[in-house]
Design a protein around this ligand. Sequence first.
Ligand SMILES: *[C@@H]1O[C@H](CO)[C@@H](O)[C@H](O)[C@H]1NC(C)=O
Ligand SMILES: *[C@@H]1O[C@H](CO)[C@@H](O)[C@H](O)[C@H]1NC(C)=O
Ligand SMILES: *[C@@H]1O[C@H](CO)[C@@H](O)[C@H](O)[C@H]1NC(C)=O
Ligand SMILES: *[C@@H]1O[C@H](CO)[C@@H](O)[C@H](O)[C@H]1NC(C)=O
Ligand SMILES: *[C@@H]1O[C@H](CO)[C@@H](O)[C@H](O)[C@H]1NC(C)=O
Ligand SMILES: *[C@@H]1O[C@H](CO)[C@@H](O)[C@H](O)[C@H]1NC(C)=O
Length: 883
Amino acid sequence: MGALHILWKLQLILCFTQFGKYYVSASDSVCDIKTKWRVDCYPETVPSVEQNCESRGCCYKPVMSNDNVPWCYYPSNYASYSLSKISNTSYGYTGLLNIQSPSPKHYGKEISWLSLDVIFERKDRLHFRLRDANNSRYEVPISTPIVKKAADYPFMYDLKLEHDKFGIIIKRKSSGTVLFNSTIAPLIYFDQFLQISTSLPSTNVYGLGERHEDLLIDTNWKRLKFWARDQPPHENANLYGDHPLYIAVEDDGNAHGVFLLNSNAKEIELQPAPALTWRMVGGIMDFYVLLGPTPEMVVQQYTSIIGKPFLPPYWSLGFHLCRWGYESSNNTWDIVKKMRAASIPQDVQWNDIDYMSKYLDFTYDPVAFDTLPNLVSDLHQNNQHYVMIIDPGISDTQSSGSYSAYDDGIATNIFINDSRTLKPIEGVVWPGKTVFPDFTHPAIDVYWEKQLRMYHSKVPFDGVWIDMNEPSNFVHGSTSSCPNNLYENPPYVPHVNGHSLADRTLCSSSKHFKYYHYDVHSLTGLFEMKATSKALINIRKKRPFIISRSTFPSAGLYGGHWSGDIVSTWHDLKQSIASLVNFNMFGVPLVGADICGFSGDTTEELCIRWMQLGSFYPFSRNHNALTSSGQAPVDFSQETQDIMRKTLNLRYSLLPYLYSLFFSAHATGGTVAKALFFEFPLDKIALKIDTQFMWGNALLISPVLEEKASSVRAYFPKGNWYYLTGVFGKPIKTEGEWINIDAPLSNIPLHIRGGCIIPSQYPAITTAESRRNPLSLLVAPDEFGIAKGELYWDDGDSLDTLESNLFMHVLFTLKDNKLTSHVVSALRDEELVLSKVIVMNVHTPITAVYVNNIRETFQIGEFNILQFGCSLNLSKSFHIKWQ
Ligand SMILES: *[C@@H]1O[C@H](CO)[C@@H](O)[C@H](O)[C@H]1NC(C)=O
Ligand SMILES: *[C@@H]1O[C@H](CO)[C@@H](O)[C@H](O)[C@H]1NC(C)=O
Ligand SMILES: *[C@@H]1O[C@H](CO)[C@@H](O)[C@H](O)[C@H]1NC(C)=O
Ligand SMILES: *[C@@H]1O[C@H](CO)[C@@H](O)[C@H](O)[C@H]1NC(C)=O
Ligand SMILES: *[C@@H]1O[C@H](CO)[C@@H](O)[C@H](O)[C@H]1NC(C)=O
Ligand SMILES: *[C@@H]1O[C@H](CO)[C@@H](O)[C@H](O)[C@H]1NC(C)=O
C-alpha cells in the first residue's frame, strides 16, 4: 500500500507536469476495485466521459448494466487527508487533518486543514465531527447536548483512526461487527462539496427521509436526496422534510443508527457492497453513531440528541375531519352536525385555505365564513376542537395599514431579505405576491405570537396546521428571479427535483437574520413549529397542537406531521405505513396520512379500508382536496357509515393504550407506532414487512391494502397472538408464519401479542366523554402465562404534567394466575376506575376469582377467555388471582 502510494504519487507528479492535469489509467492496480465497491467520482447529472473522469484523478471503466454502477470512481489511493496530530482530551480526542496533496479543483475551494473532535458522549452514543481548522463554518442551530467529559468505560464501541489516509472505523465491541468504516473512499472537504463514505454491515437499512417509498431502503445503487420541497409524494423525490438518520440491523439482529447533523442540500448514494456515501453542499460533518442494540433503543438514543417528542393533548388523538373546499362555514358546520347525528366519533374539525379572506393569513372570509366564530363556539360547547391552516407567505400587496401581518413584519424587519437589495424577497403563494417571515430571527416569537393572538381573539382555534413551509413558492426563486452567485449555483447541485435549489422555493442566497437561505432552507418548517408552539402555549396556556408539512430533526419536540398531498389510490394507502413508521424513527410519533387520500376521487371501498387503517394512524385525519368528491364518513351510505363508526369506536376504545404510548415516548424518547422489525430484528421476514405495523409492543395491525380483498395474508412473528377483531380471543401460536386472516369489508385484522396487557375504555363520540368511562384491561399471556403492561394517565391537556408529576403511571403484571398492579405515580384528584378484566387463554377449570381477596363472579367464554367485573381505583395497587 505504502509503496504503491508513493508510486502513484510519482506517476501523478509526472502526469501533472506532462499534461498539466491529473491522470490515472484504468489499467492501474489502484483501479482494481470490485464493481459493488466503486464509489462514484462523477456524481453530476451529465454522464462522465473518460477525459473529465481522468482529469479528476479517477478511474474510468464502463460497465454494461441497468444499474447505476459508476463508470468513474475513486482509485484506492486517491489523495485524502492525513491525521497529522491527535491528542487526548477530557471528552475524547481532538485531531488535525491535512490534505495530502491538493485534489483537482473541480468543486471550488478545498479546505486544507480540518479539525477533528471525537466525543465519547455516552457508552451507547459516539459523536465525531470534522470542521475547518482555520475558519468557522455554518452549523445547524438546534440545541444538542454539550458533553465536556467522556462517559465512563466501558463503551459499546471501539474506535480506530487511520492516520495515513484518514479514516474512522467504528466497531461494536460485543460482536466485533464493523459499523462504520470511512476508509473505503477518500474524505472530500471543499467549501461547498463534502463527501464521506462508509461500509455498512448489512443491507437492512432504514430511515432516511422524507421518502414515499418502501420501508427497507434499496442498496442497489440507489440515490436519496434531501432538500425540503413542496412535492406531492412519489418515489425517488426529495419531499417536504429532511431527516438524515439511518438505522441498520446487523446480521445478528443488533441495530445501530447513524445521524448526520447537517441541514444543507445533500444526497446519499447506496451501493450493494453494502456501503453508502454522504454528499453535502455546506455545513460541517457532524456525525453521531448510536449503538442500540435494539432499534427502539436507537430511537431513544437519537432523541437524546434531538429532543424527545412533545406530549400531545388527549383530544388530538381523536378523529379529525377536514377538506379543502367546504366553501363556507355553514357547510363545514353541516358536516359536524351530520357526524354528530350519525354518532360517528369526531374530536376536531379543520379548515383548509378556503376559510381565509383572499388567502390572507390571520383573516377569515367575512361573507362565506360569516359564522366561523359561531361554529367554533359550538364545537367547544360540544367538547370538540377547531384547527385551521396557516401558511408562511405574508401578502405584501394589501393597502398600507390594513394588514398588520405585513405591517408588523416590516416594522420589526423580520422578513427574509433578497441578498441584492436587502429588502424582503418576494415570491408568490396562495394570496399572490408574498414575503416570508424569517423564523430563525430573534424577534420572530413576538411577531408571530401577536398575529396568532389577534386572530385567536376572533376565532379561538385550538391548534395550528402549518403548511407550505418548505417554504413553497409558486415562482422560481423570487418575482425578480435570483442573482448568479455560488449560493444559487454551487459547484455541485445534488440531484434534487427541479435541478436547482431555488426550484419551487426562495433564492438560496436570500438572507436571514444570521444565515443564508442556502444553509437554513430545510429548517423553515422546524423553526416555524417552534415559534408556533411558543405562541400557542402563551395564548392558550394549554398543550399546543401543531401539524407541520416540513420537518427536520427536533420537529417532534413541537408537533406532528402529516405526509402531505398524497393521492386517493391503493398504492398511496400502502405507502402510508412506511411513512408513519419512518417518522416514528425520526422522533415525530404524531404522524398520519390524509385518510382516503388527498387529491383524486376515492372509491367507497378504498375509503372504508383507509378509514380502517387510518384509525390506527397515531394522528388520524380524513382530508380531501378542492375538487375531489366528498369522503367524510357522512358522505357515504348507511352501511359504510356503520363500518367507519365501528373502526373509529375501535380506535377510541384503545386510546388509553395509545395515550400511554405517547406518554412513554415523551418520557423515554421512543416510538409509538413501529415496524415489525423493531420488535423482531432477528426475524428475516419481519425485516422487510411494511404492509403491517405495530402500536407499541402489543398490537399488530394488518390492514387490507388491496381492492376487493376479503382476507389479508399477514405475517405473525414467533410467539402467541390473539384476535381482537373477527373471532375475538382466538389464539395463534407460531414460530413465525404467514397466515390468511379473514377481513370482510367490515373488519380490519387486529391482534394482541401474548405477553402484553393493554388498557382500554368504552368509546364515545368525543374523547372528553370517552375519558369519563371506566377502563378495562385486556390481558394476553405468553407461553409461560406471563404478561406485562402499563397505563399513563393525566388530565390530557395541561402543560408539563410529566415535569410537575401530575400524572398516573401504573404497571400491570400477570404471573402464576395472578394479576397485580403497581402504582409508580398516583393521580391526586381525578378518579379512574377499572371495571372489567379480560384474560385470554386461561388454564381451565377455574373455580374462583379473588379481587383484592374478595370473591368475584366470572365467566369463561370460547377460547378460554376469562372475564369478570370489578370496581377498582386505579391509583391504588390491586391484586387479582384465580384458581
Ligand atoms: C490517550 O490516553 C490513552 C489512555 O490514557 C492512551 O492509551 C493513549 O495512548 C492516549 N492517546 C494519545 C493520542 O495520546
Ligand atoms: C490553518 O490551521 C493549521 C493548523 O492549525 C495551520 O498549520 C495553518 O497555518 C493554518 N492556515 C492558515 C492559512 O491560517
Ligand atoms: C475498512 O475498509 C477498508 C477498505 O475497504 C478495508 O481494507 C478494511 O479491511 C476495512 N476495515 C475493517 C476493520 O473492516
Ligand atoms: C349561514 O347560516 C346562518 C344561519 O343560518 C345564516 O344567517 C347565514 O346567512 C349563512 N351564511 C351564508 C354565507 O350562507
Ligand atoms: C433585511 O435588511 C434590512 C436592511 O435593509 C435589515 O434592517 C433587516 O434586519 C434585514 N432582515 C433580516 C431578516 O435580516
Ligand atoms: C383513589 O386512590 C387515590 C390514591 O390512593 C386517592 O388519592 C383517591 O382519593 C382515591 N379516589 C377515590 C374516589 O377513592
